[in-house]
Write a protein that binds this ligand. Structure first.
Ligand SMILES: Cc1cc2nc3c(=O)[nH]c(=O)nc-3n(C[C@H](O)[C@H](O)[C@H](O)COP(=O)(O)OP(=O)(O)OC[C@H]3O[C@@H](n4cnc5c(N)ncnc54)[C@H](O)[C@@H]3O)c2cc1C
Length: 363
């Protein structure tokens, strides 16, 4: 068989240093998931006393670079051109590949979003490395600097640990919504920002992007409050009460997968393994049994309230508060109570604030 290329082990892994993170952006703003990569990457870099290097591509990226610096990057390597305003697979992969070849990072984290997955696989092929996809836990061994990449397997029932001992960079895509956004505390001048103006070969611009219209989809990853409905609602009408509760709490509507399968609500509301991973301050699970595939998407919520007629439902184990009641009785009472609390000039601010005016995440 000819023409096949296999991942090539590197001769001297010690030549490969520092942690790269890909800073995904959209419409001139860093996506929340970019900040999550900074948080995950910083923890790894600090453990092995190396630098955290943010890779940023787009058009007019200086402001985004300064923002990423404030979130903790030590170095930002950027490339900008009007032709790179929107994500384009081949030009982006070529530029990132050049950064990798020049800088030789030990670890490279890329968000497991649509564009991130597209990019990661191409860079892995370009660099003859592998990539561990969709990681939910990351650690690094201090002495060997081997990345320990964990990802769910067997329908999320087990966690696999994947090590890449001989190839560099050690690449991983990281699931959105899992890793914490770090505090924005660093003085941007502490970061070395290098941005180069690049030109894109016209052969990669055969398709002209005339206009970019973002899909009007819900962004559950940035929500501070998520109120989710499940099959226990009994019909699509049940989502009216879910929407009302989400609205009085200033939150977003989530859903279990079967409700989306049945067309009770659109797929972008689905929380879980095959939906969105959320990390709100408050998660309300209404008529949801708590199967592992749903839990995987909401288990990092700060506070969980579940409403269910079955006190033995799995979701109860993951709940801080459990209301053992038919949702048709519980929700109107809850909505009224919150409304009168607010009318009495009380604030529900801690739960209502959105997490930073960042661009819409993409899964
Ligand atoms: C590969 C794979 C991927 C999957 N990915 C996902 C995913 O991303 N997200 C996801 O959610 N699921 C996912 N699933 C499906 C998952 O396994 C469960 O089937 C699903 O989460 C169950 O949805 P549910 O809790 O809404 O329904 P059910 O399990 O039917 O639970 C309904 C609950 O409502 C309660 N209830 C009934 N009536 C009332 C009432 N009147 N008031 C209050 N409570 C009531 C019941 O006691 C019950 O606990 C996946 C499955 C597979 C195999």
């Amino acid at each position: 068989m000819t023409g096949l290329r296999y991942a090539k082990p590197v001769d001297n892994p010690n030549e490969w240093r520092n942690v790269f993170v890909y800073l995904e952006n959209g419409n001139g703003k860093l996506k929340r998931v970019a900040l999550e990569m900074i948080g995950a990457g910083k923890a790894l870099a600090e453990k092995v006393s190396e630098k955290l290097v943010g890779i940023l591509i787009g058009d007019k990226i200086e402001e985004m670079a300064r923002e990423a610096a404030a979130y903790g990057c030590d170095v930002i390597l950027g490339a900008q051109s009007p032709d790179l305003r929107q994500f384009r697979t081949i030009p982006y992969a070529n530029i990132v590949g050049e950064f990798v070849e020049a800088e030789k990072p030990n670890v490279f984290l890329i968000p497991a979003t649509r564009n991130g997955r597209d990019l990661a696989s191409r860079i892995a092929v370009k660099c003859q490395a592998g990539v561990t996809a969709d990681c939910t836990e990351l650690d690094i061994e201090k002495d060997t600097r081997i990345l320990s990449a964990h990802r769910p397997t067997y329908g999320e029932s087990m966690l696999a640990e994947i090590l890449c001992r001989k190839h560099r960079p050690q690449m991983a895509t990281a699931r959105a919504g899992i890793f914490k956004v770090p505090e924005k505390t660093q003085d941007p001048s502490a970061c070395t920002i290098t941005i180069k103006d690049v030109s894109v070969d016209k052969k990669y611009l055969a398709k002209e992007i005339l206009e970019f219209r973002p899909k009007n989809k819900v962004d559950l990853t940035a929500a501070s409050v998520v109120v989710s409905g499940g099959l226990g609602l009994g019909s699509p009408e049940g989502f009216k009460l879910i929407e009302e509760l989400a609205s009085v709490l200033g939150g977003e509507v989530g859903a279990s997968r079967p409700t989306a399968d049945l067309g009770w609500i659109s797929r972008d509301h689905q929380v879980g393994q095959t939906g969105t991973t959320v990390r709100p301050r408050l998660y309300v699970a209404v008529g949801i049994s708590g199967k592992i595939q749903h839990i995987m998407g909401m288990k990092n919520s700060e506070t969980v309230i579940s409403i269910n007629t079955d006190p033995q439902a799995e979701i109860v184990k993951y709940s801080d508060y459990f209301i053992n009641e038919d949702y048709k009785k519980a929700l109107p009472a809850l909505i009224e109570a919150i409304k009168s609390y607010k009318n009495a000039d009380n604030e529900v601010a801690p739960a209502v604030q959105n997490q930073g005016g960042l661009a819409e995440g993409s899964q």
